[in-house]
Design a protein around this ligand. Sequence first.
Ligand SMILES: [Zn+2]
Length: 321
Amino acid sequence: MSKVDMVRRALEASHAVELVLLEERYGWPSIVGNNAIDAGARFAIHIAPVGDFHRNPNEMRFQNPGSNRPVSDDDGIPVLLGIEDSEEPILLVAADAQSRVGRTTRFSVRIEKSMIPKARQEGAAVFTNGSGERITAFRAEFLPSFLAATAAGYELPATRLNEISDASGLRDENTDAAAERARRAASILIRDQTFGAKVRDAYGHRCAMCGLAAGLTVGAHIYPASAPGSPYTTDNGVCLCENHHRAYDAFKIWFDPATFEIRVHPDVIAEAGGDPYLKAFLDVTFDTLKVPTDPAKKPSAQYVNQRRQYFDKDYDWLGNT
Ligand SMILES: [Zn+2]
């Protein structure tokens, strides 16, 4: 089978309509687009068959086609995949493409053999090989999620994919309907994770209302994710610590869309009068939201206003401002 046929086989097995083969070339790489994440997202997919590694019966491997065929990132985000299609379901094995870009030597990606049946059974499997490299094997249905995670600079969360395989029935039924459920659930998971990470990055991982970092922040939606047409863009997010996130979601705290002035519910201010701990919480709360300097990453007034309209009466305490 040619490498282009292997790419086609992987795309077909993913059942993902959003993945399109833009340029076939020779499969080293083929250029693939993912329309679901960004119209311009291009991936340079380098693919090779996974085969036995005769020197070690506990390992398998895949290789680049030759020393003069390095991994290239000229035309897209580089992706390095092995394909294991000796039986259904078809598996893909991802290794670190970035570290191999431009390297003009022959290389083998070595894989622990036991991860193949594990990934086939459970949806995904991860292991770290002898060179300290993280290798992820996953069912082809998770290819779009893998590409979305790669574009965002994140690793595929194998344990969560196993839970998804379970919950969607993929493990037991292995039907098209189960595969579709699993694919969707995985896409939502990656979308949520990359959104949170993007927002936290934009704020230097600090709470915009108190400056707390220490890994205790989340990327929160402004116009809520559950609302129709709510985008997963940084300007529809704000980085908050767990406490300010809860207060924001409970409509106890608000920021002005134009000035970013922070306003606290009058009941909370009154309660703080008799509660030194609550007062301490309000004392560390900034007067004004600390937002990213990049205008494109600041909270958009549109989404702040949409949030207020969406929750309507919950924000009555703001009055006419
Ligand atoms: Zn905070």
